[in-house]
Design a protein around this ligand. Structure first.
Ligand code: ADP
Ligand code: MG
Length: 254
């Protein structure tokens, strides 16, 4: 029988526990020994130069990428090769990408109803009600019947957030959710994320939006070349980073 790992690795205060995580692409170490614990309710901003491994780390948490060594535990479930564990974790982890990834052939409301019906087994009426509540929350309920292509980028991204929330995730992962947006649309998406943070959601956000980081992050984590180089509270990190690498990075983006 498979060992039941749910309890032994579960620290009730932690949403994600990552130990000595290694991810390789061929002989290249994209992540070389990441240790990170995300507390329940914690908001983490992940930053660092392009290619430093931010997306790979986020994708490993959701098991879109399979890690090569180390362990990842999400809400007490260790990510192993067991498909049941992976599916359990995936349904608890909401993910929002830079490119909104909505289904183009489905309306806004259908985008939001699909996974709750297919994965959670919700009846259509129930899925519809839940979707409307969350579309209202991101202030886009009046566009529910439209198709993604009829919406602005900012609106599409808010739909993507609502769609993720319809699965009632325990943690939300954001991978540069505003990078593909025109500047005037960045604010509406960030406001939605701030509200989500205020609701108490556990969040890991890859973003270079320093205003957002200052406002909501409990911790900023700076990555470079596959490692966590520095971490701290946002005020200290932005004002007085410890490492030369973080200083150089901040000089570039500010
Ligand atoms: P970031 O999100 O910080 O820009 P990534 O996590 O996307 O960085 O990438 C980290 C490194 O891993 C980069 O050098 C990138 O080229 C490499 N990488 C990412 N995905 C793949 C892949 N599927 N195959 C090969 N190399 C990859
Ligand atoms: Mg990336």
């Amino acid at each position: 029988m498979q060992q039941e790992r749910r309890v032994s690795l579960s620290d009730p205060a932690s949403m994600v526990i990552i130990e000595h995580l290694v991810k390789r692409f061929g002989s290249f170490n994209a992540l070389s020994g990441i240790n990170l614990t995300v507390a329940k309710g914690e908001k983490i901003v992940l930053c660092g130069p392009s290619g430093s491994g931010k997306s790979t780390l986020i994708r490993c948490i959701n098991h879109i990428e399979k890690h090569d060594a180390g362990r990842i535990v999400v809400d007490g479930i260790e990510l192993t090769d067991r498909i049941r564990d992976i599916n359990n974790v995936r349904s608890e982890v909401g993910m929002v990408f830079q490119s909104f990834n909505l289904f183009p052939h489905l309306s806004v409301i259908e985008n939001c109803m699909l996974a709750p019906m297919k994965v959670r087994g919700l009846a259509q009426a129930e899925a519809n009600d839940r979707a409307m509540v969350l579309l209202r929350k991101v202030r886009i309920h009046d566009q529910a019947k439209k198709y993604p292509a009829q919406l602005s980028g900012g609106q599409q991204q808010r739909v993507a957030i609502a769609r993720a929330l319809c699965m009632q995730p325990k943690i939300m992962l954001f991978d540069e959710p505003t990078s593909a947006l025109d500047p005037e649309m960045v604010k509406e998406v960030l406001e939605t994320m701030v509200e989500l943070a205020q609701d108490g959601m556990t969040m890991v956000c890859v973003t270079h939006e320093m205003g957002f980081a200052r406002e909501v992050a409990d911790r900023v984590i700076f990555m470079d070349r596959g490692s966590i180089v520095e971490e701290g509270d946002p005020r200290t990190f932005f004002r007085a980073p410890n490492t030369e690498r973080a200083k150089a990075f901040l000089n570039q983006i500010i």
